[in-house]
Design a protein around this ligand. Structure first.
Ligand code: SF4
Ligand code: SF4
Length: 283
């Protein structure tokens, strides 16, 4: 079972839900938690660990100056502005390159080859018995978040229960995190902005044909609009986490309510069972 935890906007408590869900299942099965919010990964803040690190590379073009005639075809082709042909040389802007390989194909002199270029890393650790934590980190200024996300997910490919924390929003990194998962938990807050962004995220999961449920976080009890929306969209509300001083205090200290507060571990485990039931998947 692969569950992705996402949200239409940042700051809804998505990572907290992912971490609590993973912790709640450890009594019954090993769990892999994958942090695919690669621009600001934070799951490692919940758990003490000593990770092994692996660099992640993309490829960028490399020009053979002996073959290059400065014809300009590569610069004209690149839609990302990552290659510029000057009077006397070709410039490559590594951070803007999307590794499409197109400049290699259009070069009439076969003067362009690929060379590896590091864009980030993936950490792999076992912070608790039964818990594997894989975290992707995109280097500052780099744009290829989906490449790091793919690497992190590939490392968990053979694991049975995988919980993926995606980036917020609905851009490419979120789609990459959602790809090939069995269920999506969308975390929202019962505010007008929250509902607007939830609607956008639901649009994405529906397009992907992904089974979806909603967690309402920091609820002040006035959730009617979100509940009505979910009922109309035929999406179950899986859990409601109240706006509560004790919960806030545990979370502000980097703690998990499923570990520190009675009843929450069972509630998160029940939510997992409900995801299994709706997703129609074993384990
Ligand atoms: S590989 Fe693609 S994105 Fe990168 S410089 Fe060449 S054409 Fe541009
Ligand atoms: S397309 Fe090839 S030959 Fe033309 S400027 Fe680029 S690298 Fe040089």
């Amino acid at each position: 079972m692969k569950i992705v935890v996402a949200s239409g906007k940042g700051g809804t408590g998505k990572s907290t839900v992912a971490a609590n869900l993973a912790y709640s299942l450890l009594d019954r099965h090993p769990v892999t938690l994958v942090d695919c919010d690669v621009e600001v990964p934070n799951l490692h803040l919940f758990f003490d660990s000593e990770p092994e690190t692996r660099d992640v590379f993309t490829t960028i073009p490399k020009v053979d100056t002996d073959l290059c005639t400065l014809c300009g075809d590569c610069g004209n082709f690149c839609r990302y502005g990552a290659i510029a042909v000057l009077k006397d040389r070709v410039l490559i802007f590594e951070k803007m390159c999307h590794a499409c390989g197109g400049c290699m194909i259009v070069c009439p002199e076969k003067a362009i080859s690929e060379t590896p270029y590091p864009i980030g890393l993936v950490e792999d650790s076992n912070p608790l018995s039964g818990l594997r934590l894989i975290s992707g980190f995109l280097k500052e200024g780099e744009v290829l978040a989906p490449r790091i996300i793919r690497s992190a997910k590939e490392m968990a490919e053979d694991d049975e229960i995988v919980i993926i924390d995606s980036s917020p929003g609905i851009a490419c990194p979120v789609i990459e995190a959602m790809e090939d998962t069995d269920f999506c938990i969308l975390v929202t807050e019962s505010t007008p902005f929250g509902l607007h962004d939830l609607d956008l995220a639901v649009g994405v999961t529906k397009n992907l044909g992904l089974n979806t449920g909603v967690v309402i976080n920091r609820s002040d009890g006035s959730d009617e609009e979100v509940r009505d929306y979910c009922a109309e969209a035929d999406i179950p509300v899986l859990m409601t986490i109240p706006f509560d001083k004790e919960i806030a205090s545990v979370q502000n200290k980097g703690g998990l309510i499923s570990e520190r507060m009675p009843g929450w571990k069972e509630q998160f485990a029940c939510m997992y069972d409900e995801c299994l039931r709706i997703g129609g998947v074993g384990i």
